[in-house]
Design a binder for this molecule. Structure first.
Ligand SMILES: [Mg+2]
Length: 394
């Protein structure tokens, strides 16, 4: 059984804590970082959270809930500087550090026991060093995989350390409220509730086909997680081979069809890049930045590596559909990671499913488009949806 060697380190109320660190008069008080043009809370101190102030909440609403709230404008430079310091500290404990946002990272400490002790000891040492060197507190989750480590870090915030051992893993999964699973937004939660599923363990009572029918490709991922399978590795950024395409929108939007149009164009670009480099991707990520400064990344690992725009688009769209658009979106992007050479033959497909046949057809279309591109230059041929922007709702 996999031992718990994956750490998820998450700073506590990061932006707000930095403000309280640098300005002692803010300590112990209700602080929100944010405001400005967009007028939302980017981070709230724990004191403010007690009054129900949450990130992404409009400032006026936050003030209603917490009349003595102190609103501080963000100092991104300062946060970035501290973030870098924190990532450096993590790097002393393992070469495998994967930052996933300005204030969170995964650390794989497997094989580092002789140097730093058990995963729990390493987690404690990380907390101590971060506190000593930056004055900030963090919460650490330790588990046999990334999925559970991330959930664990959230369980005893702030200043927590939560370990899920391999033995506890299944019991933990059985009881885990389904909405805690990354990717399960209110819509998916509703569909799952209709199936009688409120905890992750209940997912195993259904067949994969049933889940896929209700939830699309995400159903497959959910089944994997319910079984305790999450083999996504901790990827070091400098080694991470990935391709991506993103765009900052002229205007923030919640229009799903407009966002989907961008995804399609980006899937085309990424797929073309992959094929040009003779690569296929197993992991597709959707990257969003919302109007309230938050960066959101959703990923899905596919059963087979892909290089077709259609497969990339379908996966990215599934991730977008599962994402709750609480806030308008200002940046959208698609990434392809977990790349492998096309020379590696595809694992034999066990089922000649409709989905596979469909995919092969689209791969043929992609190849044909590539060939036309090569002969006549890019953008000579576009898919229907791209060629007819008038058809998308604005
Ligand atoms: Mg955090």
């Amino acid at each position: 059984m996999a031992s718990p060697t994956i750490l998820h380190v998450d700073m506590d109320a990061f932006f707000a804590s930095v403000e309280q660190l640098d300005d002692p008069t803010l300590r112990g008080r209700c602080v929100a970082v944010g405001g400005g043009q967009r007028g939302v809370v980017a981070a709230a101190s724990y004191e403010a959270r007690k009054f129900g102030v949450r990130s992404a909440m409009p400032i006026f609403q936050a003030r209603q809930r917490c009349p003595h709230l102190i609103v501080v404008p963000p100092r991104r430079q300062r946060y970035a500087e501290l973030s870098q310091r924190i990532m450096q500290i993590l790097g002393h404990f393992s070469p495998l550090v994967e930052p996933i946002s300005i204030d969170e990272a995964f650390v794989d400490v497997g094989g580092c026991e002789r140097l730093h002790g058990t995963a729990r000891e390493t987690g404690l040492a990380i907390k101590t060093q971060i506190r000593e060197q930056t004055g900030l507190s963090c919460s650490v989750g330790i588990a046999p995989n990334k999925f559970l480590a991330k959930i664990a870090s959230d369980l005893n915030k702030p200043d927590g350390l939560t370990l899920i051992t391999a033995e506890q893993m299944m019991r933990f999964i059985d009881d885990l409220p389904i909405q805690k699973v990354p990717g399960v937004g209110p819509r998916a939660q509703q569909r799952l509730a209709a199936m009688g599923i409120s905890a992750l363990g209940q997912v195993r009572g259904f067949s994969e086909a049933q889940l896929v029918r209700r939830l699309g490709a995400f159903g497959r991922r959910l089944m994997e997680l319910a079984r305790g399978h999450d083999d996504s590795p901790v990827v070091v950024e400098s080694e991470a081979k990935s391709m991506s395409s993103e765009i900052t929108l002229d205007q923030d939007t919640r229009d799903r069809s407009l966002l989907a149009t961008h995804l399609l164009a980006q899937a085309e670009a990424v797929a073309r890049d992959l094929r040009r480099h003779q690569l296929r991707a197993r992991t597709i990520t959707l990257k969003l930045r919302s109007a309230d400064f938050q960066r959101h990344t959703r990923g899905q690992t596919l059963p087979q590596p892909v290089d077709s725009a259609d497969a990339i688009y379908a996966t990215a769209l599934g991730l977008l559909n599962a994402f709750d658009l609480n806030q308008p979106i200002r940046l959208i992007g698609v990434g392809a990671g977990n790349l492998q050479s096309r020379q590696v033959p595809l694992q034999q497909e066990l089922f000649a499913t409709e989905e596979n046949q469909h995919r092969r057809q689209w791969e043929k279309v992609d190849r044909a488009l590539d060939a036309i591109d090569e002969r006549y230059g890019r953008h000579c041929v576009m898919r229907g949806t791209l060629a007819e922007p008038g058809k998308t709702k604005k």
